[in-house]
Design a protein. Structure first.
Length: 557
């Protein structure tokens, strides 16, 4: 087995390199060992990441005890919650690519032999896993952990409750004092947003797909077990290096099927679809929307998780976490049980070795009595989205909606209209030019969707966008519409008053306008000027592909 780090530290020509390492406190014994990079996305931008530098110290200790030399480095992470609802959210999806690229560059530059990746906020999880897949060096992913729920009058709160409270306040249903009380307690400490939003969805997927240790997804950020999880991940990475097990042996097509099963069984974020497509691209696996639908239709929705349900990640942790869900799927023969994982063992071996509590619980249903017979991450196609669109049906009662389009060419215009009470029952709010290229960056619409829910319109209107939705979004909300408006997709041709039908039973999203009329509108349509012409967002817009392919960037678009 080639040991990349020896390119840096062995031989007389590398004396200057060794001198620089010795300046950082390493000795000849340290330099004789294999190097494992310990990457984290720690910063003061978000509670999801603020504790990660401390966790990195535990991972380094695990690497050292595993017989290797740890080298810590960090990369960026955007707070989706704080970037939400304004221009800053355009940088969120872009950050996924920057995170993957920056980890790749650091590892290639310094020739590290293996990688432990610690991440907290939404895009840092898939970005870190994408880098692992791209580099294909022995790797272990570990989540920074969920935030504990806030408590107010005996009710568990998450940050989404604050967003929805803003809508209730705008509608005159909540006082300013009540809004402030919710704001003050909703986010009590470090950790990622508490429901089955995007961060917890991707953490759950990291276990199901095999890149993370069993049981590592659910312990809260400020639980003592989190330190042990990170330490154990460092030890495990050193073991994987010894065994020479690499991500492409873990990230098989069957492992992606397990990940899609997890996404649907826990009612996870639609962003999970986008990120799994991007991760599959890194290992040259042809994962398509058809695969998502095939797996969804045989996967029961088991976990009653917020935002569509009643519980937060900490509640799931108390009953056994993700291994508890995986065991239910395994026992019914749904899981691909022979997939290799970060432990060096199969996922079946991991589950069978994991000790699960036997307490009575109401959070995860049995296979025989699921919340829904089929999964909740639904792919739609039709005249409005020929390449596809996505909707999450967890917690959504209706299956069909036909309404009247109210069209907005950017999110702020839609939010202002919602705040002014201009959206009526029966409307389909269309927000366009927010796609991967058009935004650029495919903004999430949580501020707007939460405002609608807060006003009591969550079950009376629908929304359609070529942008994205937060994992915290609930309601009849369709995102990832492709082709996007900026490249002339049908969503660019919608006019106020058009009728739109969304049907999650038949997987249809149709614009009720004749082909002749659409052709006439197409001839009159002109591509808008780019919102950014320099910098990272402009580069992203130039290189990014369709949301239906994961909104990944291609060197030669």
């Amino acid at each position: 087995m080639e040991i990349s780090s020896r390119n840096v530290v062995e031989g007389t020509a590398r004396s200057p390199h060794r001198a620089m390492y010795k300046a950082m406190g390493l000795n000849d014994n340290d330099l004789s060992k294999q190097f494992i990079g310990v990457c984290h996305t720690g910063n003061e931008a978000t509670p999801c990441n603020i504790h990660l530098p401390q966790l990195a110290l535990e991972a380094k200790r695990g690497v050292s005890d595993g017989g290797a030399t740890a080298r810590e480095f960090s990369t960026i992470a955007v707070s989706d919650g704080i970037a939400m609802g304004h221009e800053g959210m355009k940088s969120s999806l872009v950050s996924r690519e920057i995170i993957a690229d920056s980890i790749e560059v650091m590892v290639r530059a310094h020739q590290y032999d293996a990688l432990v990746g610690i991440a907290g906020c939404d895009k840092s999880l898939p970005g870190t896993m994408m880098a692992m897949a791209r580099l294909n060096i022995p790797s272990v992913f570990v989540y920074g952990g969920t935030i504990k729920p806030g408590m107010l009058d005996g009710k568990e709160l998450t940050v989404v409750d604050v967003y929805e409270a803003v809508g209730a306040y705008d509608a005159g249903k909540l006082s300013l004092e009540d809004l402030k009380n919710i704001e003050n307690v909703a986010c009590p400490n470090a950790g990622s947003c508490g429901g089955m939003f995007t961060a917890n969805t991707m953490a759950s997927i990291s276990e199901a797909i095999g890149l993370a240790l069993p049981g590592s997804a659910s312990p809260p950020a400020e639980d003592d077990r989190r330190n042990k999880m990170v330490y154990d991940s460092g030890v495990a990475c050193a073991k994987l290096l010894e065994m020479n097990i690499r991500p492409r042996e873990v990230l098989t097509f069957e492992a992606f099927e397990n990940a899609i099963m997890m996404l649907n069984s826990v009612g996870g974020s639609t962003n999970g679809i986008l990120h799994l497509l991007a991760l599959a691209n890194e290992v040259n696996i042809d994962l398509t929307y058809d695969d998502f639908e095939r797996i969804r239709k045989k996967t029961p929705h088991l976990a009653d998780m917020k935002p569509g349900g009643n519980y937060v990640m900490e509640s799931l942790d108390r009953i056994g976490g993700i291994p508890f869900v995986l065991k239910k799927l395994l026992d019914k023969g749904l899981l691909n049980e022979n997939c290799i994982t970060a432990t060096g063992k199969t996922i079946k071996e991991n589950i069978n070795e994991f000790k699960l509590p036997e307490a009575e619980q109401h959070i995860v249903r049995s296979i025989e009595n699921p919340l829904h017979e089929v999964g909740t991450a639904v792919i739609l196609k039709g005249t409005l989205a020929p390449e596809g669109a996505v909707i999450k049906t967890a917690g959504v009662e209706m299956t069909k909606f036909t309404g009247t389009a109210k069209v907005f060419d950017r999110e702020e215009l839609a939010f202002d209209s919602v705040s002014k009470g201009e959206i009526d029952e029966g409307d389909v709010v269309v927000i366009r030019y927010e796609g991967p290229k058009g935004g650029p960056g495919m903004r999430e619409m949580l501020a707007t969707t939460a405002a609608l829910v807060g006003q009591g319109l969550g079950k009376k209107v629908a929304m359609v966008t070529d942008g994205r939705f937060s994992g915290g979004t609930r309601g009849f909300m369709v995102g990832h519409v492709a082709p996007e408006a900026y490249v002339g997709g049908p969503i660019a041709l919608v006019k106020n008053g058009d009728k739109i039908t969304i049907d999650t039973e038949t997987n249809i999203i149709d614009l009720h306008v004749s082909n002749e009329e659409l052709e006439n509108r197409k001839r009159d349509w002109k591509k808008p000027e780019a919102n950014y012409t320099t910098g990272a967002l402009a580069k992203f817009a130039t290189l990014v592909g369709s949301a239906a392919k994961g909104a990944v960037t291609y060197p030669n678009p």
